[in-house]
Write a protein that binds this ligand. Structure first.
Ligand code: IPD
Ligand code: CA
Ligand code: CA
Ligand code: CA
Length: 281
């Protein structure tokens, strides 16, 4: 049992409980999921476990907060602007939960143990709570606005590398091969020789959690959606890091091209992305 299952009714407790319960179930389905479908392309995968986990999380949240709005990846029409459009539709929302039931579905499908549940709460458009649960490593990452970020109760801090050349950077291969992948490949090609090394774990949310925990210096990807990054963005900023779009613009829930770092290498990363034509902006 994850150590973090608690019973109180605070937003954080409800989110942690939902992430832990969904995560445990997802873990139990590794290798035995039944239905593999594709969404926008043959590389864009979804299983019945993605959909079931989202239903489970929605129920666990709405039992406590029936009036709150809920945006989950598997409840909207897929497409490049899916989350930006949905977020725009929730512009007047007071409490908006933003949920990715499985971030890293491709890993889940292949039995590669890097995927997570991502749950964020935005209050009047501002991120107030972020919870990411990695069930295979039983790691619960939690951030509350202004209160810091924790992994299993231990405070997190971003890493201290001050130059791109000393950095361990994460990048992503986006399933959108028309727009996002060519841009990400430009960034990857440039960063491959400018950094200490590159990683791609296949989960945007988990890579942000690792930046927050100081295990990665930074992370860059074009073509993300709010459910991939909302929780992770708060984890990074509450751990002392910096998050902007790929041109240094302020993060909003409609941001799709993301740069997240320990802060110290942020400018250098943005310069590299600009120089290689990899910003997507
Ligand atoms: C994907 C993962 C992946 C990223 C893709 C996302 P999903 O989310 O975060 O790392 O490269 O852009 O779509 O589909 O596994 O929830
Ligand atoms: Ca997906
Ligand atoms: Ca995702
Ligand atoms: Ca997902």
């Amino acid at each position: 049992k994850p150590a973090f299952v608690v019973g109180s009714k605070s937003y954080t407790a409800v989110a942690i409980n939902a992430a832990a319960k969904a995560g445990e179930w997802i873990k139990s389905r590794v290798g035995i999921y039944k239905q593999l479908d594709t969404k926008t392309s043959p590389q864009d995968l979804v299983t019945e476990v993605d959909k079931g986990a989202e239903v489970m999380i929605r129920k666990l949240i709405q039992t406590h907060f029936p009036d709150h709005d809920f945006l989950g990846e598997e409840s909207v029409e897929p497409g490049a602007e899916a989350s930006a459009k949905a977020v725009a539709g929730y512009a007047d929302s007071e409490y908006l939960w933003i949920v990715d039931p499985i971030d890293g579905t491709t890993n889940f499908v292949h039995g590669n143990p890097y995927f997570c549940v991502s749950i964020a709460l935005a209050v009047k458009g501002e991120l107030m709570l972020g919870v990411i649960y990695d069930p295979m490593h039983d790691e619960m990452f939690v951030a509350e606005k202004g209160k810091g970020a924790y992994v299993h109760g231990n405070p997190m801090a971003v890493s201290k590398e001050a130059a791109l050349s000393d950095s361990l950077m994460a990048v992503g291969y986006n399933p959108d091969r028309n727009f996002a992948l060519p841009l990400n490949m430009k960034g990857i090609t440039a960063l491959a020789t400018q950094t200490r090394s590159l990683r791609t774990m296949g989960s945007a949310a988990l890579q942000l959690a690792y930046v927050a925990a100081g295990r990665l210096t930074g992370y860059y990807e074009v073509g993300l959606n709010a459910w991939d990054i909302a929780a992770g963005v708060l984890l990074v900023t509450e751990s002392g890091g910096k998050v902007t779009d790929t041109q240094g613009g302020a993060f909003s829930l409609q941001t799709r091209h993301l740069a997240a770092t320990n802060g110290l290498i942020h400018q250098e990363l943005l310069q590299s992305l600009e120089a290689s034509g990899a910003t997507g902006l």
